[in-house]
Design a protein. Structure first.
Length: 306
């Protein structure tokens, strides 16, 4: 077993270099609740002015995000942070860049009730859904108390648990298929480990399982203060949840503020800000090849509603 020594937020850590795991080939969910959640996910009824749905910022045909530096909410409100992909979000240890939601259901409340996003209240959403014959019937059959805020969040979370992208070329490689990825991607994977990227980007989601400061070796010049908004601790300024790198080739622009648009520039920025070390263009290109091998299969549940 190989080990790496690296730094996270100023501390020295010892990590196993073989810390990436393939995405499971399926997820255990209540499929009827997921079907209801899919309808809700695509329905702008969740927003105050009935114009914005979850799918507005998490386009399942475009990598699970919106392709914008920051998202646009109701009334054209411009958000202050880049929308993360909803694909494989179930594997994240917290939701949102600042980690303020503990799980997918709690994240639903945060998005619906954010004045810059949907600007609604979950209580009022429940009242609107109660007036819809189809929704009222579905909720009454699936939940003992029918349409209720917690049940709305539960159904959407059930759907989002189906949005996993297994069987990426790199997953096939991890399962023993040596020919599943290119020689460039193999070199990139070796560099990803040796250079220290794996210190923060590890696990099933190749990230999404810890917080770290953005700008360890170089000042981030970030307008968003990250976890500081939640904890008010000086040490949490510019600390964010480390993002997943799954399907990262589909989710440009990058970083919490969408400051770069190419994977090459994203890797280069990370070498300067987080690793404090030089990488040649050829090394960066190999790492990009590895990152491209993390693009998995889009689930059937992501197909557009009729």
């Amino acid at each position: 077993m190989r080990w790496l020594v690296g730094a996270i937020m100023g501390g020295v850590v010892l990590l196993c270099a073989d810390m990436l795991k393939p995405i499971p080939l399926n997820s255990g969910v209540n499929w009827r609740k997921a079907a209801l959640g899919k309808r809700l996910f695509h329905d702008p009824i969740l927003s105050k002015d009935n114009t914005v749905s979850c799918a507005s910022c998490h386009d399942l045909q475009r990598g699970g995000d919106d392709g914008l530096p920051v998202s646009i909410g109701i009334g054209g409100a411009v958000g202050d942070i880049n929308a993360p992909t909803v694909y494989n979000a179930v594997f994240n240890f917290r939701q949102f860049w600042d980690g303020r939601a503990k799980d997918l259901a709690e994240q639903v409340y945060g998005s619906v009730e954010n004045p810059m996003e949907m600007g609604e209240s979950m209580e009022h959403v429940a009242k609107k859904l109660q007036q819809n014959i189809w929704y009222a019937k579905e909720f009454s059959q699936l939940y003992e108390d029918g349409v209720a805020p917690a049940n709305i969040a539960n159904a959407i979370a059930a759907y989002e648990r189906t949005l996993i992208t297994p069987n990426a070329p790199f997953d096939q490689y991890l399962r023993g298929d040596e020919d599943a990825i290119s020689p460039e991607a193999k070199r990139g994977y070796a560099l990803f480990q040796y250079k220290g990227c794996i210190i923060c980007h590890n696990g099933v989601n190749v990230g999404g399982n810890l917080y770290n400061k953005f700008g360890i070796y170089k000042a981030s010049k970030s307008r968003d203060l990250g976890r500081y908004h939640i904890t008010k601790k000086e040490s949490d300024k510019y600390v964010f949840k480390v993002p997943s790198l799954r399907n990262v080739s589909l989710t440009s622009p990058y970083m919490h503020d969408g400051r770069v648009t190419t994977l090459f520039d994203a890797v280069k920025l990370m070498t300067e800000y987080q690793l404090g070390r030089f990488m040649s263009d050829a090394e960066i290109e190999d790492i990009v090849s590895f990152l491209q091998s993390l693009e998995g299969e889009v689930p059937i549940t992501a197909k557009v509603l009729p």
